[in-house]
Design a protein around this ligand. Sequence first.
Ligand SMILES: NC(=O)c1ccc[n+]([C@@H]2O[C@H](COP(=O)([O-])OP(=O)(O)OC[C@H]3O[C@@H](n4cnc5c(N)ncnc54)[C@H](OP(=O)(O)O)[C@@H]3O)[C@@H](O)[C@H]2O)c1
Length: 290
Amino acid sequence: MILLVGATGRLGGVLVDGLVRDGVPVRALTRSTDAAARLRAMGVGCAVGDLRNASDVARAVAGCTVVVSAASGFGPMGSSTPKSVDRDGNLNLIRAAAAAGVRHFILVSMHGAAPDARLPLLRMKHDAEQALRASGLGWTIIRPTACLETYLDVVGGPIERRRSTIVFGAGNVPVNFVSVKDVAALVRRAIDDRTLRGRLIDWGGADLTLNELSSAVHATAGTDGKTTRIPLPALRVMAVVARPFSPFLARMAQASVIMNTTDMTFDAAPEREAVGGLPWTGMEEALAGR
Ligand SMILES: NC(=O)c1ccc[n+]([C@@H]2O[C@H](COP(=O)([O-])OP(=O)(O)OC[C@H]3O[C@@H](n4cnc5c(N)ncnc54)[C@H](OP(=O)(O)O)[C@@H]3O)[C@@H](O)[C@H]2O)c1
């Protein structure tokens, strides 16, 4: 039995569909009773609970041989935060997995995870990685770059209502983006392929600018290129003043400042070649699947 934490998320959704399609027994840990009902109807076992609660986690992991952690507290997910989920929640899960005799723990971390990273999320991911590596569990750490579909949704969010895209900052700095489908394919490979145990794999796609994402959204929608821009100084202010009323908006603004002022390019080809045989989904295909 595989425990999948984050089954209701963008990556988890692709993973759970594939596992169910292939008849692989899977259990999800989710906080949502509605989501649990939907998952159960698909044939997924469910534990309703919170990664931040050690006894919920212990209950969810009992009887599982593989754990996949694809959860994050970065998004607009109630009271979850990177500290409470990406670090402390994963620490709960690692402890519970070790106590339950789990054979293999796959942690979805993030490219750039480091103790001194500018983005707090990346520091929390680093702490979880360290805990997993020290746990005695069999492990694989997957570090995707920015999710292509997530950013196409952000940039293209207003396209239907206002025939406009939205770009945070100048939008001319290249950033590495990887499709969620390609990350899911690597997680699936890691579940079955013992040669990926004990490996930390940075997983990326193409370097693209937000302006390129915006143009692609307009081309697909047949719209005329109207773009709303949030200037960098406004993002810097938002990253601070939004904290009390929308921690998510503040996190997004901070991440956008970093995206506009840091080299986030990445050569994905060497790891792609080393793992071999997995899909490389381009922007057109990702857009077509929206
Ligand atoms: N999006 C990106 O650009 C990106 C880039 C690199 C790496 N990643 C990593 O890839 C993984 C998947 O990301 P995603 O974008 O697919 O995530 P997502 O869509 O934001 O989904 C987040 C998931 O985390 C779960 N979650 C949040 N708080 C929780 C809590 N307290 N207890 C239990 N579950 C909780 C949610 O489950 P419920 O709401 O059902 O409880 C949801 O399924 C994450 O580890 C993320 O850090 C993402």
